[in-house]
Design a protein around this ligand. Structure first.
Ligand code: 0X9
Ligand code: ZN
Length: 305
């Protein structure tokens, strides 16, 4: 059965998506943006008070990397919180009245499924590579942003394989197409990973500072302070290349260069004690503190439309 404090498998998340979107018709709708390589449906949930206007929006995805299980857990938590606090929490109410939040609960469904069934430490997609018996591409090296120039591998057996071309992965193409199509309304792009407790922003494909560097840093530091206020969890903010490592082909840099100014990568708990194997007992505190950071960014975006 589905639980917000457990690591749900894909079948459980899939039924949760179906039931939550049918039981909250006034605040949520869903659309399939395409299928994965393995034929599983990539469903984007749209949270927001229904209105006739074309509302500005935030896009958030979870589960780009298969083994980062806390990430899909956060997207599920966010959807629950949005629905249950609309009407009582002033900020959530105002946010969903004025904006829509698009949530993709699991980006790399094939990989996520594989981590539950075969290899807990799998990272990549599950697509076949021609001329190699190795499987998969790193979806966060497959976006068209300095593609495969740094911090990525052209070896299909590598965990950071960039793929045969930008958007060679159907999951990446589906998300990129969705963002391109909704570019005029998408004001922020948030992508949730683990682990290391970082709040990263462009660029990662170059050490050059983004045109909006000082504003992106200011908002990241405000979000990190909000996160820390709950349990004292410490986050580091900064541009990807200098803060974690240079790595091209990431979704954050791509979205930013497409014109989505507020583009952030979260690296959730912890700093390495458990790493990807974060115990289920930490799902609730991790999600609660992360909500504060996401809501901080959302409020900033809303106030600067
Ligand atoms: O390497 C990544 O893709 C991310 N770290 S992870 O441990 N979750 O794999 C960091 C992504 C930072 N952004 C870019 N490299 N564009
Ligand atoms: Zn990741």
């Amino acid at each position: 059965a589905h639980s917000y404090t457990k690591y749900n498998n894909w079948d459980t998340i899939r039924s949760w998506i179906a039931s939550i979107s049918s039981s909250n018709a006034n605040l949520i709708s869903s659309q399939v943006i395409g299928n994965t390589y393995g034929g599983l449906p990539m469903t984007v949930l749209k949270l927001g008070k229904t209105s006739s206007a074309n509302k500005p929006a935030i896009f958030m995805d979870c589960g780009i990397h298969a083994r980062e299980w806390i990430s899909p857990a956060f997207c599920q938590w966010f959807v629950k919180e949005a629905l249950s606090t609309y009407g009582s929490d002033a900020q959530m109410t105002s946010l969903l009245n004025q904006m829509d939040v698009f949530v993709l609960p699991v980006f790399n469904i094939d990989g996520y499924d594989f981590t539950h069934k075969s290899d807990r430490m799998w990272r990549k997609t599950r697509s076949k590579n021609s001329g190699s018996s190795c499987i998969g591409t790193d979806p966060n090296r497959n976006f068209n942003a300095g593609w495969c120039t740094t911090g990525a591998s052209s070896n299909p057996c590598s965990d950071t394989y960039c793929g045969s071309s930008p958007e060679s992965e159907i999951e990446v193409k589906n998300v990129a197409n969705f963002i391109r199509k909704n570019k005029s309304i998408i004001k922020a792009y948030l992508t949730i990973h683990s682990y290391s407790q970082l709040l990263l922003f462009p660029y990662s494909y170059t050490y050059k500072l983004a045109a909006d560097h000082s504003e992106l840093l200011k908002v990241a530091e405000g979000a990190s302070a909000a996160l820390r206020s709950l349990y004292g969890t410490s986050y580091t903010s900064g541009p990807g290349a200098a803060t974690i490592y240079p790595a091209a082909g990431g979704s954050d840099d791509w979205a930013y260069d497409e014109g989505v100014k507020y583009s952030y990568t979260f690296e959730l708990r912890d700093t390495g004690r458990y790493g990807f194997l974060l115990p289920e007992s930490q799902i609730e505190p991790t999600c609660k503190e992360t909500m504060l950071a996401v809501k901080y960014i959302a409020a900033y975006v809303q106030n600067n439309l």
